[in-house]
Design a protein around this ligand. Structure first.
Ligand code: CAA
Length: 261
């Protein structure tokens, strides 16, 4: 399938989706949502895809938000549908069966930071800027920002960002726990790929189990979360990669994970 609003490619076992409307700073419109969903169908159907990276095309932006030109004429019902379509997409990314890294090369505002927060973690360029500026437009975040931001950085910082609409730079985003690592613009891509390759070399079943336990456990009490962890720990033991990892250690060799189920 040919895409107009994203670029979708595979680099070995790493899948890459680049948001590709640089003239509009990669603002998210319904076509971009649909194309990203299509690309995710491909990623899910491809057993050789081990990690997904999301990034933005162009020098300036990861995603500067939902497309304001699209939003301005929406009726309340249409706006709710648009909001749900973005939320559904970001739930899909959050629950994708392989790890997802947000490689934030520039502005990640509104729907952009909401997209990045649905990834497993965020690496950012020193030039990146983050914010939930919807309040400046007289609205609020609509793709999950009020919920994921408060869970990630705490309610007071989330309120300050959502209620002032101010932008923060990558260093501050790292200080509040939104971003894992900050790199120079030149180093960002290589460093993101390096981490992607490390994860791609691990067992598929255990990666998914770690992701599920952390995601789902955050919505459980500690005891239920730990019991879920035990179940997943047991499940990993039954996977070929689980057997291979422990056998390789005992045989003092490097494991060869196949991702077989
Ligand atoms: N929607 C539509 N178009 C956008 C856009 C957006 N979110 N962000 C930028 N653009 C467009 C601009 O209109 C401009 O288009 P033209 O060249 O045709 O005029 C082009 O991208 C370049 O932008 P600027 O000239 O404004 O670039 P700048 O460097 O001066 O400023 C910026 C950059 C600070 C990011 C500024 O573009 C900006 O404030 N953008 C809007 C950010 C925003 O409010 N995002 C939240 C959107 S609402 C949302 O996301 C709701 C939700 O949760 C669902």
């Amino acid at each position: 399938m040919t895409y107009e609003n994203i670029i979708f490619e595979k680099q070995g076992d790493i899948a890459v989706i680049k948001f590709n409307r640089p003239k509009a700073l990669n603002a998210i419109n319904p076509a971009m949502v649909a194309e990203t969903n299509d690309a995710l169908d491909d990623v899910e159907a491809d057993p050789t895809a081990r990690v997904l990276i999301l990034t933005g095309e162009g020098e300036k932006a990861f995603i500067a938000g939902a497309d304001i030109a699209h939003m301005v004429n929406l009726s309340p019902i249409q706006a709710r549908e648009f909001s749900r379509s973005g939320q559904d997409l970001f739930f899909r990314i959050e629950n994708l069966k392989i790890p997802v890294i947000a490689c934030v090369n520039g502005f990640a505002l509104g729907g952009g930071v909401e997209c990045a927060m649905s990834c497993d973690f965020i690496y950012a360029s020193e030039k990146a800027k983050f914010g939930q500026p919807e309040i400046n437009l007289g609205v609020i975040p609509g793709f999950g920002g009020t919920q994921r931001l408060s869970r990630l950085v705490g309610r007071a910082m989330a309120k300050e960002l959502c209620m002032t609409g101010s932008m923060i730079d990558a260093v501050e985003a790292k200080a509040i726990g939104l971003v894992n690592k900050v790199f120079t613009p030149d180093a960002l891509w290589d460093e993101t790929m390096k981490t992607a390759r490390i994860m791609a070399s691990k067992g598929k079943v255990s990666l998914k189990a770690a992701k599920d336990c952390i995601n789902r456990g955050l919505n459980m009490d500690l005891l239920d979360g730990c019991y879920m962890e035990s179940d997943n720990f047991g499940l990993c033991m039954s996977s070929p990669d689980g057997k291979e990892g422990m056998t390789a250690f005992l045989e003092k060799r490097k494991p060869e994970f196949t991702g077989e189920l």
